[in-house]
Design a protein around this ligand. Structure first.
Ligand code: PMP
Length: 419
């Protein structure tokens, strides 16, 4: 196929021309958040310039514009993840709120004492803590599906854990620390065979992989707009319509009611029932623009290019003496975690930052998976389709220099040698 037009694509992202510490910004922290194309920035601006209103279509002209823009964004999300109907799309603040919503509505309603919730060892804290909280409230048990040394979920162990008490399986589609793509379609079939529902945390998946919630038969699929080149403060809860119908509301307030008296309230149907109060209208519209933008490039092209970047990176990093990768699963997106012998992760992060290179160092809000590999923190460059091989090479050059500097330092100061 044609080479990926990375230089043209880069011009769509104004922030990529930013200077940081006197250097060209090299943004390799895409798993934390992605940068925004002008199309998204301009769409939000357009909304505030020409459409801003609260959403109650009938009231006046701007209300109609705002309502239409908001509902159009919902339809774009619906098509993007291949949901059956926009009524299955609930706008929330992000992945975290979506999971808390499911835990506190569906979870609270269905979980009985001794019921079991399964999460995997590679979950983000957002897919652990809400389940711990709801387990405590309902006396359900939280169990952990183990992963192997490559950072892949152990399906045989998962199969053994499934039983009639299993009510919910909550698993990431892609790990934010290791980049592992989990066998989520198969895990869904296995959960359903045991009568359990599945919630898929798609926060790290939607920007790298084509997602089809209907084909894969997920019950719940959640993600954040800001990791998909969209704004912060907007995210998506997809749930099958029949599940949403049965779920009690999350928060009470305006926008979600059919009729209120002091004696009782009738709620609207989904998705309105779950969108109490004035929502993040402008950023939902911005998310719609982000989806348009991603689709204009094409997920297939994005996948292929990012994979070639990943291979290039792993090869280049591999040459650094004393570097150990975390996460070597065969199915992997462009999230890379490593440590380097003798260099603290903070030191690596600071040295890179001085050169304008942004990577994440720390526990990445996923302490259990790091501890599975005997670590508290790692260095995590994560790539997007606007990154280049030259940027990766620059990162590797800085790391090699740092590593060499360390050697020189030890040679000159032998009493600092640690064995
Ligand atoms: N799950 C995963 C796998 C993530 O990577 C993240 C973001 N780091 C989250 C959940 C939480 O997303 P947010 O902070 O946008 O709610």
């Amino acid at each position: 196929g044609k080479p990926f037009p990375v230089h043209a694509v880069r011009r769509d992202f104004p922030i990529l021309s930013e200077k940081v510490n006197g250097k060209d910004l090299i943004w390799l922290d895409n798993a934390a958040t992605t940068q925004k194309p002008a199309a998204v920035i301009n769409r939000i601006s357009q909304y505030y310039l020409h459409e801003n209103s609260n959403i109650h279509r009938g009231a006046h002209t701007l209300a109609a514009r705002a309502t239409d823009a908001y509902e159009e964004a919902r339809s774009k999300v619906c098509k993007f993840i291949h949901a059956s109907s926009p009524r299955e799309i609930v706008f929330v603040r992000g992945t975290t709120e979506a999971i808390n919503l499911v835990a506190n509505t569906y979870g609270k309603q269905t979980l009985q004492p001794e019921d079991e919730i399964l999460v995997s060892c590679l979950e983000h804290h957002a897919n652990i803590v809400p389940w711990q909280m709801i387990s405590e409230e309902t006396d359900a048990k939280l169990r952990v599906i183990p992963i192997d040394d490559h950072g892949q979920i152990q399906l045989d162990e998962y199969e053994k854990m499934l039983n009639p008490k299993t009510k919910l399986v909550c698993v990431a589609h892609v790990s934010n620390v290791l980049g592992t793509i989990t066998p989520i379609a198969q895990m869904t079939k296995m959960a359903h065979a045991h009568g359990a529902k599945i919630l898929v945390d798609g926060a790290q998946a939607v920007s790298h992989l084509a997602v089809d919630v209907t084909d894969c038969d997920y019950d719940f699929y959640v993600f954040s707009g800001h990791k998909l080149y969209g704004p912060t403060g907007i995210g998506v809860l997809y749930a099958k319509e029949n599940l949403l119908k049965e779920m009690p509301p999350y928060q009470g307030g305006g926008n979600m009611i059919q009729d209120v008296t002091f004696e009782s309230t009738q709620y609207k149907v989904a998705p309105d029932r779950f969108e109490a109060g004035t929502g993040n209208i402008a950023d939902a519209v911005g998310l719609g623009a982000a989806i348009d933008y991603v689709e204009s490039i094409g997920m297939e092209h994005i996948c292929r290019y990012e994979h070639s970047l990943l291979e290039h990176s792993m090869e280049a990093l591999h040459k650094i003496q004393g570097l150990t990768f975390l996460g070597t699963a065969e199915d992997k997106t462009s999230v890379i975690s490593f440590i380097i012998d003798g260099l603290s992760n903070d030191k690596i992060g600071n040295a890179l930052s001085k050169e304008g290179i942004a990577v994440r160092t720390g526990h990445h809000c996923a302490q259990p998976v790091l501890r599975r590999f005997g670590m508290e923190t790692s260095v995590r460059p994560s790539l997007a389709f606007y990154n280049t091989k030259e940027e990766i090479d620059e990162m590797v050059r800085v790391l090699i220099r740092l590593k060499k500097g360390q050697h020189n330092f030890y040679l000159q100061n032998p009493h600092f040698m640690v064995y």
